[in-house]
Design a protein around this ligand. Structure first.
Ligand SMILES: [Zn+2]
Length: 461
C-alpha cells in the first residue's frame, strides 16, 4: 500500500514532497447493485491478487473527479483512461496480467461473472468516497481474447436528473410541460453517443409535473431511477400495442420508452400518439438528423400529426470559480455574440504554465479546488426544436438543416448556440470552451498542451 498511483510533484525535491503528502482518501467498496451476490469464496485468489490495485486505481480516479473509467486491451497490455468533465485523459498503461486481474476483480465486485469472458455483461456496485455515496455502473465487452471494461461513476446525491440539476432555463421547462400535458404527441431526445442523451431524457421525464399527470416508465433504465414514476412491465407475449392499451386503461398521461430502434416500433408509437404522450430517445446526433430519421421511419404525415418537439444538449465544462479570469469584452465581440453592450465582464481559463520553465509552478500548484485543470464539472447547453406551424411547413415542403435553423430563429426558439452564449454571458464557461465544443462536438481533446489529468483536490484543513 506504500506506493500510490497518484502523480507526485516531479519538480520538487523528493524529501519535500514526502512531507507534504496528505493522507489520501481511499474508496470503500460497499457491495454490488441489482441484488447480485459476490462469491468471495470461489474467487478468494483473485481478490487477494488484485483487490488492492483495483481499489487504488478507483480511488485515484475518484480523486481526479473522473466520471468514466475505461480499461482497454492494447497490444498485450491494458490502457487505462479516465474521462474528466467530458475530456479523456490517459491515466496509465497496465502490464497484461495485472490489467487482466484488475478487470476480473472489478467485474466480480460489480456482480458479474469473472469467468465468463465471451459475452458482454453489465452490473454495478456501491461505493463510498470522502463521505459521499456513489454508484458505479460496470460494463464488460469482449475484445479479441481480452475484454474492455467501462465504468460510469454517478454521485448518488448529485445525480443530474432534474431540470434544476442541469440548469434548465424556465423557458424550456415550461415548453416541455406544455408539450407533455395533452395525453398526445411525441417528445424526442437526441444527441451523439456519450453526450448524456439518456440522462437528458430522464430530466425530460422529471420535468412533467407528477402531481398533475400520471407518468409511466417502460424502459430499461439499467439501474438509473425515476422519481414519482410508475414502472410498467409488459406481460410475457404482449407486443407494444397490447402494452400501450393496458397503460391507457391505467389512465396514463405520459409514457417513457426505451430508445427508438426500429421503424416498426416508431410506427406503433406514432399510431398511439393521439392517446398518450411519449418521451423517448431517438438515436441521432442532432435534432435535424432525428427529424429526418422519423420522417423516413413513419412518414411526413405522421410526423406532422404526432411529433411535438426534439430536445438535445451539449455538455460544456464549467470554469473553476477560484481561478477563472475576468476580462472586459470589446464591443465588436459583444455584437458578434449577440450580447448586450452592458456586458462588462466575461471569463476565461487562466493560461497554463510554460512547460519548459523549471521555475514555473505545476498546474496542480496553481489552484487547489480544481487541481489546476481549470475546470470544475459540466453544464448543459440545451435546445428544444418545437414543431410549430412554421416548422410544419418547413417539414412538409422539403426539409433542410438550414431551413430548420432559420425557422427556429423565426419562432424565437432556444438553440444550442444561443444557450451556450447565455452560459458565457453568465460567467459559467468561456467562449473558448464553447468554441471547442462546437468545433469538435465536445469529444475532441482540449486544445493546446497534451492532456494532463488534473491533480487530486487538496485535503482541506
Ligand atoms: Zn481552479
Amino acid at each position: 500500500m506504500a506506493k500510490k498511483p497518484v502523480d507526485k510533484k516531479s519538480r520538487k525535491g523528493a524529501e519535500e514532497s514526502e512531507e507534504e503528502q496528505p493522507q489520501l482518501e481511499m474508496a470503500l467498496f460497499q457491495g454490488p447493485l441489482f441484488d447480485r451476490v459476490v462469491d468471495t469464496k470461489t474467487h478468494a485468489k483473485l481478490i487477494q491478487s488484485a483487490l488492492v490495485a483495483a481499489k487504488e486505481m478507483v480511488s485515484d480516479a475518484m480523486r481526479r473527479r473522473a466520471h468514466t473509467i475505461q480499461i482497454e486491451p492494447r497490444e498485450g497490455r491494458f490502457a487505462l483512461r479516465y474521462t474528466i468533465d467530458g475530456a479523456p485523459y490517459p491515466a496509465a498503461a497496465l502490464p497484461g496480467p495485472r490489467g487482466m486481474a484488475m478487470v476480473q476483480v472489478l467485474k466480480l465486485l460489480a456482480g458479474l461473472d469473472p469467468t465468463e469472458r465471451t459475452q458482454p455483461q453489465f452490473g454495478g456496485l456501491q461505493l463510498e468516497f470522502a463521505d459521499r455515496k456513489y454508484e458505479l455502473f460496470v460494463e464488460s465487452t469482449p475484445v479479441g481474447k481480452a475484454e474492455r471494461l467501462r465504468i460510469k461513476i454517478f454521485d448518488v446525491k448529485l445525480a443530474l436528473e432534474k431540470p434544476q440539476d442541469i440548469g434548465m432555463p424556465d423557458s424550456i421547462k415550461d415548453r416541455i410541460r406544455e408539450i407533455t400535458a395533452h395525453r398526445s404527441g411525441v417528445l424526442a431526445v437526441c444527441g451523439p453517443p456519450d453526450s448524456g442523451a439518456t440522462t437528458l431524457s430522464i430530466v425530460a421525464v422529471h420535468t412533467v409535473d407528477p402531481y398533475l399527470y400520471q407518468v409511466f416508465n417502460m424502459s430499461d433504465l439499467r439501474g438509473r431511477k425515476l422519481i414519482n414514476v410508475s414502472n410498467f412491465t409488459p406481460e410475457a407475449g404482449h407486443d407494444l400495442e397490447m402494452s400501450f392499451d393496458r397503460i391507457i386503461r391505467r389512465e396514463a398521461d405520459v409514457l417513457f420508452l426505451d430508445p427508438l430502434r426500429s421503424p416498426e416500433a416508431a410506427q406503433t408509437i406514432f399510431q398511439y400518439a393521439d392517446r398518450l404522450s411519449f418521451i423517448l430517445e431517438v438515436p441521432a446526433n442532432t435534432p435535424f438528423e432525428a427529424l429526418s430519421k422519423l420522417m423516413e421511419w413513419v412518414g411526413v404525415d405522421m410526423v406532422l400529426r404526432g411529433l411535438k418537439g426534439i430536445l438535445t444538449q451539449k455538455l460544456i465544462r464549467k470554469l473553476c470559480k477560484d481561478c477563472k479570469q475576468a476580462y472586459r469584452p470589446n464591443p465588436a465581440l459583444l455584437k458578434k455574440l449577440g450580447l448586450s453592450e452592458q456586458t462588462t465582464v466575461l471569463y476565461r481559463a487562466p493560461s497554463p504554465p510554460a512547460e519548459d520553465d523549471p521555475e514555473a509552478p505545476t498546474v496542480e500548484e496553481l489552484c487547489a479546488p480544481c487541481g489546476g485543470s481549470p475546470w470544475h464539472g459540466r453544464v448543459a447547453a440545451l435546445e428544444l426544436l418545437e414543431i410549430t406551424d412554421g416548422m410544419k411547413e418547413v417539414i412538409a415542403t422539403g426539409l433542410s438543416a438550414e431551413a430548420v435553423r432559420r425557422q427556429m430563429n423565426a419562432d424565437g426558439q432556444v438553440t444550442l448556440q444561443k444557450d451556450a452564449i447565455r452560459l458565457v454571458s453568465e460567467g459559467i464557461t468561456s467562449l473558448e470552451e464553447v468554441q471547442r465544443v462546437f468545433s469538435g462536438g465536445g469529444k475532441k481533446r482540449p486544445p493546446g498542451k497534451r492532456p494532463r489529468p488534473p491533480g487530486p483536490p487538496r485535503v482541506q484543513g
